[in-house]
Structures are given as C-alpha cells and as structure tokens.
Design a protein around this ligand. Structure first.
Ligand code: ADP
Length: 249
C-alpha cells in the first residue's frame, strides 16, 4: 500500500449532548484509494466525514495529513445536490473558484472541463430545475471536483436516486476515479453499493460509533462489464452482509 494520505489515531467525538458519535477510530487512508464507510444510521459515518473535512474538531485522538490540506484540497458531496436554483450548471460548478477569486475566464473553462468529466458537456447553461435528479448530482460532483481536490468526501450521494440512475453514476464515478486518481471516501448504508465501488470497506457499528470490521474487495476497478450480475459480486455482497451483521452483534 502507498503511504497514507491521512491517518486517524484513536479518534473520538463526543457531542455536548453526551452522545459518543465516535470512539477509538484508527484508520489510514492511502492516496488514490477508494474507501467505503458502511454502517446503519447513527453509527457516526457523517461525523467521521465532517472531522476529516475539518468541519468539526475531534474530542480526542488526532488526524494527521501527509500534507496539510488547504480549503480547496477537499471536495464534499452531500446526499442533496444543493445547487443554487437561479444559477446554471456552469455557474454552480464554478462557485468554489469564484469564492476563491479565480478570474471568470479561467473559472468558466475549468467548470466546463469538470462538467465534461461528469458527462454533462452541452448542459452548461441548463438551470437545476431543467435537470434530472441524476444530472443535478453530477453537477454537484463537478462542483466538488472543480478545485482539483486531493480527496473527495461523499456522504450518501446517490441515496435519493432511482436504482438505474444510481448504477450508472456508480460506474461513472469509478471511471472518474480511475482517470483522475482522486482519493475517495464514500459513505453509504448500502452493502451492495459499498462492494460495487470500493477497494476497501470499513464497517462501522453504533453506540459508540466505531470500526467493527474491515475488508478488501478483490475485483478490478472500474468493474468489468457484467460484474453487477456476476456470481463473484453476489458472493462479495454476501460476505459484506455477514460482516455487517457480525459488526452489529
Ligand atoms: P450516521 O452518519 O452514521 O447516520 P451521524 O454521524 O450523523 O451518523 O451521527 C452519529 C451520532 O451522533 C447519532 O447518534 C447522532 O444523533 C449524533 N449526532 C450527530 N451530530 C450531532 C450533533 N451536532 N449534536 C449532537 N449529536 C449529534
């Protein structure tokens, strides 16, 4: 494995309410890795992403980056696309660059490139209401990628989409990961999605939120044609389901 991009050591988060959202989390994430964090609601997945993004401080333990990330080195994608309704796809995608003071010519060129990378070339001037749910999520991913981040944190980004759109976005995200080499940390409560996407799955358990299991997915990435309906995939899902159940026990 390549050197860790970020290492979490004995990481804990206790909220003022007394909830222990995370306890004793030890995790090293390699540069370029596609890591899935799998677990039921309330096991601390979002809290872990927020701590990684620097949006909240840990209560205990530490987060060590091999190179301290700047504000634009981390891209964050949420379950909702959260686009500005009055701005077109290009302006929505360019927003982080605009906030960073990048001149209009450069930011529009980079936003157009990011939209093309998520399969939305030709939709630059569409408004969010003119786009499908899947397309809005693509814009949200383009916006997260436009600053060329070292790491992409994704918090159940496809949970609200229909299954076929979700499958399509899964494949496109894997292709994008292979092309760009961006490190991805992907939170999901779907066993099948975690197995389809990641090369390593961390299974979390609640009260307190902690890592219960970890396993590696030995399959080529991007997944070969027909993988979703293959016996190998079904077996990997089966193993992951058992790990999830054991983690909850
Ligand atoms: P998940 O993403 O796995 O659903 P979360 O990280 O959102 O889990 O939450 C983990 C636990 O921490 C839950 O019990 C949740 O209610 C609690 N929690 C999350 N955010 C806060 C907060 N800001 N204040 C108090 N408790 C919180």
């Amino acid at each position: 494995m390549t050197a860790a991009l970020v290492s979490l050591t004995s990481l804990g988060k206790r909220f003022a309410s007394g909830t222990e959202a995370l306890a004793g989390v030890d995790l090293a994430i390699a540069a370029g890795e596609f890591l899935a964090i799998l677990g039921p609601s309330g096991c601390g997945k979002s809290t872990l992403l927020r701590l990684l993004a620097g949006l909240a401080p840990p209560s205990s333990g530490s987060i060590h980056w091999s190179r301290p990330p700047g504000p634009r080195d981390i891209g964050f994608v949420f379950q909702e696309a959260t686009l500005l309704p009055w701005a077109d796809a290009l302006a929505n995608t360019a927003l982080p660059l605009r906030l960073a003071g990048t001149p209009p010519g450069e930011r529009n060129a980079r936003a157009a490139e990011a939209l093309a990378a998520v399969g939305l070339a030709g939709f630059e001037h569409a408004l969010p209401r003119e786009l499908s749910g899947g397309m809005r999520m693509r814009v949200s991913i383009a916006r997260a990628l436009v600053t060329n981040p070292a790491v992409l944190l994704m918090d159940e980004p496809f949970a609200a989409l229909d299954e076929l759109t979700r499958h399509r976005l899964n494949d496109d995200l894997l292709a994008l990961h292979a092309r760009t080499g961006v490190t991805v940390v992907f939170v999901t409560h779907s066993v099948s999605e975690s197995v389809y996407l990641a090369s390593r799955v961390i299974v979390m358990a609640p009260r307190p939120g902690r890592i219960a299991r970890e396993f590696h997915i030995a399959a080529a990435s991007p997944r070969p044609q027909g993988f979703r309906t293959s016996v190998a995939y079904a077996e990997l899902c089966h193993d992951a389901s058992l790990a999830l159940a054991a983690g909850m026990a």
